[in-house]
Design a protein around this ligand. Structure first.
Ligand SMILES: *Cc1c(COP(=O)(O)O)cnc(C)c1O
Length: 710
């Protein structure tokens, strides 16, 4: 595992920005220097809230998703915090006469949705609205379009904020903003203000800022100076209705946030909570300080000196927040540590090993040849979401699936780049091929004709049968291939074949494979000589690469090797790139039972204790992909590094293992059924025990297993 991965910089900066925001409400320089105070509280401190929005966006807004759960969680959590904050401030609202205005109800609704029920609380509803808008913009469009729209919203907001003086002089705009301000007091809200920052946060998260630290610092300083100039000019000409939004705030935040990201290290979760509590309670502290000063007749010393006033507010806010957090931690209901998804049986994915395999394969691929990640069958049981998103983020832009639905699912996860469907698709689904920009395999001549007839232009790769006799146009049927190239509605971007015995190093299989390869190249030459522009070629899947690494191709279709295992344990390959297994199948002991000699366990009484035995029950069964043929001692699992044989028949949802010889085995111990880190329980070995290959074992891993990342 890599160390120092967490965003320490973000955590520290949160605290700094929380204290900066307090300046807005206490004006620390006011007693000494008016302009300085304006610069600090109306310009510099205005970076605080956008920073928090960017942090939320950074962790929330991504084009990659597996449903809307993250958004729902964010909205729920923020709503609870907002609810608590509103309750805390009800006494203040009462004191202010808030509930005595004439249209109480509409005002309350407006405040809850836009303005916040106390001045600083607008941040929370703005987070919620902004998150929803940003989420859907990025989901429905791509980042660039989402940024353009959110920027347009921001500009709209700008003319109702610090540039209002201009809008006011244009009747249409004046009317527009007049209407707007009926509903919301400011344009600084979740619609106009928040989205651009949240989307910018997500955009940076996806690695779009690759500038070195020095450039980011320089960019920040330059934009800060420009923003100050902008603010002073606007202020001078009295154009500001409010002073939250500046044009140069955007580049300023972009560079600032990117700078903060450079500081990585330990996670400082407590500081995270601390900054939030400080943000919410500091106005309360302000009120209390003022009240105390009044009661003690020391207003002059305290509120009369703006710096003392600010420092006192900060100190008490910090002390109060730390105490509140400590009390909460002490008395909060005890919850034992629980790793989501690991309560029963689960798939554990090691993404570092996946990354390692990509690099190892790329190293042995010819130059300019690209890796096409084969992620069919839920990425061979590894969960196609996690695998394909990780690969896409790390520069893999070509994927292959077996079916159109698998391809569509990848698009819905947010995968960009080429997706080739290796199998058959009903021609009536051509609209979906087009809509999701999927590339279809031409499986034979009749299929090409039918597809062309649909009258919708799509991209395709032609598959050539060079001897496997499964899919593809016969390699000798040159006329048919040429005619497919000339079809009006099919844009051929690739041509490929599949080897059927590249895994074998038997001389006759090698000969067969070499013939497959040369007949494919011969076809390519003939096409070229007859004036057809030969598109990208691909031939090899995993074993093709490992046993025939030198041959020319534009792509390698890597499946099983990407996941770091061989098909069978006895397989030898010409090249050993040192692949590492990505998947483990794990569960845990949920019950231990002692059997007397002669007692039986499980269906059919197939396990009979030949000695007093300890049996552990493990909640994983054949519906989770564990082959039933491993029953009755044929297979074993790993517990504390030792092998425990399967006792009796494996059931649909659970199995028993004999732990008599593993004395330290306890309830709750992890049971490794397939192990990434241990050869004793390798996927190929286990598959071998059942007379199968790891490809089958892994791809049958049940759909109900949760995937967790190690
Ligand atoms: C599944 C598949 C692959 C991937 O094969 P591996 O041996 O797992 O690398 C490549 N090409 C085609 C046509 C496939 O169907």
């Amino acid at each position: 595992m890599k160390k120092n991965k967490d965003y320490t910089g973000i955590d520290c900066a949160r605290l700094v920005f929380a204290l900066l925001i307090i300046t807005i409400h206490t004006s620390p320089l006011a007693s000494f220097w008016q302009t300085g105070d304006f610069v600090l509280t109306r310009v510099i401190a205005r970076t605080g809230v956008p920073f928090f929005f960017m942090v939320s966006g950074f962790f929330l807004v991504s084009r990659y998703t597996c449903g809307n759960q993250e958004l729902i969680n964010f909205v729920k959590k923020t709503s609870v915090i907002y609810g608590i904050a509103m309750l805390i401030y009800i006494p203040v609202n009462i004191y202010n006469g808030y509930f005595q205005t004439s249209h109480v109800l509409p005002e309350i609704i407006k405040d809850i949705v836009f303005n916040g029920t106390l001045y600083h609380l607008w941040y929370l509803p703005a987070s919620i609205t902004g998150a929803v808008i940003s989420w859907f913009l990025v989901k429905k469009l791509d980042f660039t379009k989402a940024l353009v729209i959110s920027f347009a919203l921001y500009i709209t907001g700008l003319f109702g904020d610090s540039y209002y003086g201009i809008a006011e002089n244009i009747p249409v705009l004046k009317e527009f903003y007049g209407q707007l301000f009926q509903v919301a007091d400011y344009t600084r809200n979740g619609i106009f203000f928040t989205p651009v920052f949240m989307i910018l946060g997500g955009y940076i998260r996806e690695g779009h800022n690759k500038l070195p630290l020095g450039i980011n610092i320089a960019g920040f300083i330059a934009s800060l100076v420009l923003m100050l100039t902008e603010a002073l000019i606007l202020h001078n000409f009295k154009l500001q209705r409010h002073d939250s939004m500046y044009i140069f705030l955007l580049p300023c935040m972009y560079f600032l946030f990117s700078m903060v990201l450079y500081y990585r290290g330990k996670r400082l979760a407590n500081i995270r909570t601390l900054s939030l509590v400080i943000y919410i309670i500091h106005p309360l502290i302000i009120i209390i300080i003022r009240l105390c000063a009044k009661l003690m007749h020391i207003q002059k010393i305290i509120t009369g000196n703006s710096m003392v006033y600010y420092l006192l507010t900060c100190s008490f806010s910090i002390i109060f927040s730390i105490s509140a957090i400590n009390i909460w931690n002490k008395y909060k209901p005890f919850k034992p540590k629980y790793r989501k998804g690991t309560d029963r049986a689960y798939i554990e994915i090691n993404l570092d090993n996946l990354g390692h395999n990509v690099k190892a394969l790329q190293k042995i691929m010819p130059e300019k040849c690209k890796l096409m990640a084969v992620v069919k069958a839920e990425a061979y049981g590894h969960g196609s979401f996690g695998i394909s998103v990780h690969l896409n983020k790390n520069g893999i832009n070509t994927f292959a699936t077996a079916t159109i639905d698998e391809g569509i699912r990848l698009r819905k996860y947010g995968i960009k780049g080429e997706i080739l469907i290796l199998g058959y698709t009903d021609v009536r689904r051509i609209h979906e091929l087009k809509k999701y920009k999927l590339v279809q395999t031409i499986t034979d001549w009749d299929y090409a004709k039918a597809l062309n007839k649909q009258g919708i232009c799509i991209k395709a790769h032609i598959k050539i049968d060079t001897g496997m006799h499964r899919l593809g146009i016969d390699v000798c049927d040159i006329e048919a291939v040429k005619r497919v190239f000339n079809m009006k509605n099919i844009e051929i971007c690739g041509i490929y074949t599949h080897l059927c015995c590249a895994d074998s190093l038997e001389p006759e299989d090698i000969l067969y494979t070499r013939n497959q390869i040369s007949s494919f190249y011969r076809l390519a030459d003939i096409l070229k000589n007859s004036g057809i522009k030969v598109p990208e070629l691909h031939i090899q899947s995993s074993y093709g690469l490992l046993n025939y690494p030198g041959i020319y191709a534009d792509y390698i279709r890597a499946g099983i090797s990407l996941y770091g295992v061989l098909s069978s344990p006895e397989d030898r390959t010409v090249i050993d790139p040192g692949l590492r297994p990505v998947l483990s199948l794990k569960s845990k002991i949920i019950l231990i039972r002692n059997l007397e000699k002669g007692e039986s366990a499980g269906y059919g009484r197939q396990f009979i204790a030949e000695r007093p035995s300890r049996i552990a029950i493990v909640p994983a069964g054949y519906a989770d992909g564990i082959p039933r043929s491993l029953s009755c001692g044929r297979g074993s699992v790993l517990i504390n590094g030792k092998l425990a044989p399967v006792a009796g028949r494996i059931c649909m949802d659970q199995m028993a293992v004999d732990i008599t010889d593993i004395e330290d085995a306890r309830m709750g111990d992890i049971v490794t059924i397939i192990g990434a880190e241990n050869d004793m329980a390798g996927a190929a070995e286990i598959a071998g025990l059942t007379g199968s290959i790891s490809n089958e074992l892994l791809s049958r891993m049940g759909a109900r297993l949760p995937v967790v990342f190690s």
